[in-house]
Design a protein. Structure first.
Length: 580
């Protein structure tokens, strides 16, 4: 892991310097880490995580910040510590070999102190000082302080030696953690450590309704502003993770970029562009309406764009979801193989709400997705009240908006007050709310989807029939029949009836067209016959006229020939014409 730096704003002259712990989330709520060169008290009941907390502080310092450390144990031997933290991936032997860590076990025998009546920390200072100087340690842990002072009954001497220990650590200039058991009516058994420490952190492990939750609270921090709330923290195979409470100032940046939902018709209902990036979407409906299919389709669309998605499943296993999605033509296994889709499945009763929030926060920080799905959030009611679930989701939404991550929730709607409250309570937090409802008509059940709200965009107000097919999800356009909106087989029957009517109508039109064509051809034939008869009559009349003209021409020629034969001329003929 790369070294990290924590910016806490401009450094003022003489401002308190801090040592980053490397523990996820802790440096955020402390404003940069623990007070540098000063002792910090970590207190809590048995099993709250004090030893692991302090040991991770040492290991992170050696591996991430190049600060060697000394772990002085008064309760567990070095071999036992190494075995205990090996499951977390911490190799103490390797750090010891590289002179980055020194583990020293000190045995305190109470009977020897009682017999001699002597108690002096000089021997401890010499031993601890040698360990610090041998590796140039910058960090020190003393675990636990009760064992160090267990044989001391003189309260006055105890207070003196305790102050002396804390002053010695400050003089050495090391950043120290001292662990202590929680006392009755006080943070520690002696009731003094919290007063002489510069920083006090209380760890708590509580069980409510048979579900355990670990919490951390900073009791005091001299010279520094710090978070004052209780913060849940998680111990898993990677160590400790602390979840800071998100800001309540509502000053997160927003994006105008739109991303597809995976359903083309749904994008069209939102102006053809889909959801805003970094927004929150709620899909609610009764059982079997296809909420998980909508969520998986959105995850598939995200991965198809080359972006990462984390699917938090609280009801079905990843294999079950992937198998079910194959039935609608969606292979999400390939996205898992490509590293774009990550499933995180667990029952809500595995952890408390805060622990679930820590786990979600940690997975998001680890995988850095562009989209997150929680399916379904109503199952979280089994480990918390409606108000607690809403509080958790507010913190989650704030965090995701700050990271510009789009989140989709699914919620089961039932006809009871609890679920209605959950549905309505969560819906006020999200940017878009899609509701899938059952439509029962004519003896069958169909699905309808509509957009209850979508902040910042114009959206359709129509109820679309929601159909799950072998090739994915579809939204059918609103179909109005004689009796109103029709869905399912009623819609298909009406469509078939109308298609049949169109066929009959088109057939009727075709028959009329053929009849008209026949009549047209008959009339054209009659017109052609009349035209032929007219041409014949015209030809006969022209023939008579030509013949008469030919007769006149022949007669004239004959007369002229006869005149020539009689020796006459044409003058006589002309005179004859005149006299006549």
């Amino acid at each position: 892991m790369l070294n990290q730096t924590y910016e806490t704003g401009p450094k003022k002259p003489g401002a308190l310097q801090k040592t980053p712990t490397g523990i996820v989330g802790l440096d955020d709520i402390t404003g940069g880490g623990l007070p540098k060169g000063r002792p910090t008290l970590i207190c809590g009941e048995a099993g709250s995580g004090k030893t692991l907390f302090s040991l991770e502080f040492i290991v992170r310092g050696a591996t991430e910040f190049n600060e060697p450390g000394v772990f002085m144990a008064f309760e567990e031997k070095a071999e036992e510590l190494a075995t205990n933290v090996a499951s977390l991936g911490f190799d103490l032997e390797q750090l010891k070999a590289g002179k980055k860590l020194r583990v020293d076990y000190v045995h305190i025998d109470r009977s020897e102190i009682e017999e001699t009546g002597e108690y002096d920390l000089d021997g401890l200072f010499i031993r601890l000082g040698y360990a610090i100087d041998s590796i140039g340690a910058k960090r020190v842990v003393l675990d636990t302080i009760e064992n160090l002072f267990s044989g001391l009954s003189n309260q006055s001497l105890l207070r003196t030696e305790l102050r002396r220990l804390f002053h010695w650590l400050k003089e050495k200039g090391v950043t120290a953690i001292i662990t202590g058991e929680k006392g009755e009516g006080s943070l520690t058994r002696q009731g003094l450590e919290e007063y002489v420490s510069d920083c006090v952190i209380l760890l708590d492990h509580r069980v409510i309704n048979q579900i355990s939750t670990r919490r951390l609270r900073i009791i005091k921090y001299r010279g520094s502003v710090h978070g004052t709330n209780e913060y849940p923290f998680l111990i898993d195979e990677e160590g400790i993770s602390v979840l800071p409470v998100t800001s309540l100032k509502l000053n997160n940046n927003v994006s105008t970029e739109r991303i597809p939902s995976g359903i083309v018709q749904l994008d069209d209902m939102m102006g053809g562009k889909g959801f805003f990036r970094g927004s929150s979407i709620l899909v609610s409906g009764t059982a079997g309406t296809g909420k998980t299919s909508i969520a998986a389709t959105f995850a598939n669309a995200t991965c198809q764009c080359g972006e990462k998605c984390i699917y938090f499943a609280f009801e079905e296993s990843p294999n079950q979801i992937m198998r079910n999605m194959l039935s609608i033509g969606m292979d999400v296994q390939k996205h898992v193989d490509d590293g774009l889709l990550t499933f995180y499945a667990s029952r809500p009763t595995l952890n408390g709400l805060e622990m679930h929030l820590v786990a979600i926060h940690k997975q998001i920080k680890k995988h850095k997705p562009q989209a997150v799905i929680l399916d379904p959030i109503t199952n979280l009611i089994t480990v918390g009240s409606v108000s607690e679930v809403k509080s958790m989701l507010i913190r989650l939404i704030d965090f995701l908006q700050e990271e510009q991550i789009t989140v989709m929730f699914t919620a089961l709607t039932l006809n009871n007050i609890v679920n209605e409250q959950t549905d309505e309570g969560v819906s006020s937090l999200v940017d878009a709310w899609l509701k899938v409802s059952d439509i029962e008509f004519n003896g069958e059940r169909n699905r309808g989807l509509y957009i209850m709200k979508s902040r910042g965009m114009k959206h359709s107000n129509q109820v679309r029939e929601f159909v799950i097919t072998n090739n994915g999800l579809e939204l059918i356009d609103v179909y109005l029949g004689p009796d109103g909106v029709l869905t399912g087989s009623a819609r298909e029957a009406q469509q078939m009836h109308e298609e049949t009517g169109k066929v009959i109508y088109n057939h009727g039109l075709s028959r009329k067209d053929r009849e008209i064509e026949r009549k047209r051809k008959a009339l054209e034939a009659k017109i052609a016959t009349l035209q032929s008869e007219f041409e014949s009559v015209e030809e006969e009349l022209n023939k008579v006229y030509v013949e008469e003209e030919l007769v006149k021409e022949v007669a004239e020629k004959t007369r002229l020939e006869m005149t020539k034969l009689r020796g006459g001329n044409d003058t006589d003929n002309m005179n004859d014409k005149k006299s006549s």
